[in-house]
Design a protein around this ligand. Structure first.
Ligand code: ZN
Length: 211
């Protein structure tokens, strides 16, 4: 079992200094393979200037060889305030060699291409969010522009379940929902399910240097 540790943007309201000290120590543990989730959340997070200040301090702890898990969420769809803020702070504070897992990606191919030009060692996390109404067309378009070698599958458990048509018994997501995500990704790439599961597993091992 390995883990990543971070300070989530919705938890940056107070007492961050002592958490940063704890984080420095945790990052030295051999089972901690990355820093995150960290990022910007305009939906549930506190004041943006406070989030930016915490993020700058978190980015100072980043090691380019140890993946950063990025969380980025907008106040509402069609708004890029969180993404643009995150991108600006990242460009200022991170090395372009930084290994990155852009978790539960929810933007278009255009934003990802912009991001990749600055941070070429970024992998794209695909979660159950892709089944949200309106997201499926975007996913198809996005994945047509991204090689499968840069895709990771994630459940983001317990936060996002599958839609009703999957007849799930839970309202929260669980790791076994990765199969439904993999099936959808396989559909877009026109590949067998096993090939997608194998490739995305390899991608994860490669990014986090596991096994
Ligand atoms: Zn998240």
């Amino acid at each position: 079992m390995v883990a990543t540790v971070g300070i989530h943007p919705i938890s940056t309201r107070s007492g961050v200094q002592s958490q940063l000290e704890d984080l420095k120590h945790l990052l030295m543990h051999p089972a901690v393979v990355g820093l995150g989730e960290v990022g910007i959340d305009c939906h549930h997070g506190g004041p943006l200037d406070q989030q930016v200040s915490t993020l700058e301090q978190l980015f100072r702890l980043a090691d380019p060889e140890k993946p950063l898990v990025i969380h980025c969420r907008e106040r509402d769809m069609g708004n890029l305030e969180a993404f643009e803020t995150l991108f600006r702070v990242a460009r200022r504070c991170l090395s372009s060699r930084q290994r990155i897992h852009f978790h539960s990606y929810d933007y278009t191919a255009q934003e990802f291409q912009q991001w990749l030009e600055v941070f070429p060692f970024t992998y794209l996390g695909i979660s159950t969010k892709i089944f949200r109404p309106g997201s499926e067309d975007n996913l198809t378009f996005l994945l047509r522009h991204i090689p499968l070698t840069r895709v990771l599958l994630e459940s983001d458990a317990p936060y996002q379940s599958l839609p009703r048509r999957f007849h799930c018994r839970t309202t929260s997501s669980t790791p076994n929902m990765l199969r439904a995500i993999a099936e959808r990704v396989a559909d877009v790439y026109q590949l067998p399910l096993d090939a997608v599961l194998w490739r995305t597993g390899k991608n994860c091992c490669s990014l986090y240097r596991l096994g």
